[in-house]
Design a protein around this ligand. Structure first.
Ligand SMILES: Cc1cc2nc3c(=O)[nH]c(=O)nc-3n(C[C@H](O)[C@H](O)[C@H](O)COP(=O)(O)OP(=O)(O)OC[C@H]3O[C@@H](n4cnc5c(N)ncnc54)[C@H](O)[C@@H]3O)c2cc1C
Length: 351
């Protein structure tokens, strides 16, 4: 059988695999992507929100001043390359969930590092007719919405047209090594890069990584009487889509790793939404996905310690939309230029 030779074989076409494939191609490298098109992959059900001030404790996202500008530049350039609208800056209003969170913010709000992320003027009060928010909130700038669905489907179409996509499940146990190259079916590659999201838990090369996946449920709802100029948050995100359509999420469940929404999870989302938003809503769709999370909540990139033909890009957790361009760049710079990987992202931190 005639071998097809490529520089990189990529397993998975979620956010990780897609960004990586796009960057490698721009560098003039040939890629072949193998993906089984799981419709419930985290990248196909997420909310697409880039949020610089995160979590209950209102912390700045990791390396926010590098990661966010890089992501914006990357998505805007992809937008031009793929001719699909991908990136929209949108302020986010975080309404306080309790007194404790409000106090946390009162301690932080004058710190210089937060000033670039505070909208001026603050307009959260204009939303009070539409939300229950007795403790007030903060309006954050530097947030954005990414059309992940558009990115993935357009990118898939291009890969398919160019014969650079195999729609199949790749079992890493079927991979062989020949003359410093990696071989799967009739494809021979310099390296194989594993971007399988939470399925990495059963990857025989990386089963030693301490993945602790987190299931998330979300809903698509119609809320005709809610303005769509801001992303809203009070315990859950309400993310504007087209017209009166919003995406609402998410739950965090550390068990039940099947990508099917649970009754309890959806009830929880509905109840949080009706406690938060005043206008009536109608649920159009429910969904679930599994976040590929590591204990330190950082992505993981680099080479397998014993098989240098095998690499990984994973661990995007709950921040894949903002983190994936930055982490993909770091991996590409390492693979093509030998640039040192930030120890906080390096797979060797778990060796
Ligand atoms: C409900 C929910 C809401 C979220 N909201 C946000 C948000 O607003 N902002 C944010 O930044 N992040 C959010 N996230 C997190 C984000 O979705 C993830 O960080 C990101 O999608 C992970 O991307 P990935 O490519 O690593 O994995 P995945 O999206 O899981 O992609 C893996 C791909 O690999 C394929 N695959 C796996 N194994 C194989 C194999 N052996 N052979 C072939 N193909 C294979 C799968 O089919 C899939 O296409 C959310 C997640 C969930 C679940």
């Amino acid at each position: 059988m005639k071998r097809r030779e490529v520089d990189f074989m990529i397993v998975g076409q979620g956010l990780a695999g897609s960004q990586l494939a796009a960057m490698l191609r721009r560098e003039g490298r040939s890629v072949l992507v193998v993906d089984n098109g799981n419709p419930a992959a985290a990248s196909r059900v997420n909310l697409g929100v880039m949020n610089p001030v995160t979590g209950r404790k209102l912390k700045l996202a990791w390396k926010v001043d590098q990661v966010f500008p890089f992501a914006e530049e990357w998505y805007r350039s992809l937008e031009r390359e793929l001719s699909v609208p991908l990136f929209e800056k949108k302020n986010l209003i975080r309404f306080f969930i309790d007194e404790k969170q409000k106090r946390v913010w009162e301690e932080k709000r004058d710190r210089p590092e937060f000033q670039p992320y505070l909208a001026e003027p603050q307009q959260w009060e204009a939303y009070l007719p539409f939300v229950h928010a007795p403790l007030g909130g903060i309006e954050i700038t530097g947030a954005a919405l990414v059309n992940v669905e558009g990115l993935l489907s357009r990118w898939r179409q291009i890969l398919r047209q160019e014969g650079a996509l195999i729609e199949a499940t790749l079992n890493l146990r079927d991979v062989e090594f020949e003359n410093d190259r990696v071989v799967w079916r009739d494809v021979s590659a310099e390296k194989i890069i594993c971007c399988e999201g939470f399925r990495a838990v059963s990857n025989p090369f990386f089963s030693w990584l301490p993945f602790s996946p987190v299931k998330g449920e979300a809903m698509v709802v119609d809320i005709p009487d809610l303005p769509a100029e801001r992303v809203l948050n009070r315990g859950i995100f309400v993310r504007p889509e087209e017209g009166s359509r919003f995406r609402v999420g998410s739950t965090h469940l550390h068990r039940d790793f099947v990508e099917i929404p649970t009754k309890a999870g959806i009830e929880q989302l509905k109840s949080k939404l009706s406690d938060f938003i005043r206008p009536p809503f109608e649920v159009r769709k429910i969904m679930a996905g599994i976040r590929p999370t590591l204990p330190d909540a950082r992505p993981v990139i680099g080479l397998h310690p014993e098989y240098p033909q095998v690499a990984i890009f994973n661990g995007l957790g709950s921040k894949g939309v903002s983190m994936s361009p930055y982490a993909a760049r770091a991996l590409v710079d390492f693979l093509l230029r030998g640039r040192r990987i930030d120890p906080e992202l390096d797979v060797r931190r778990f060796c």
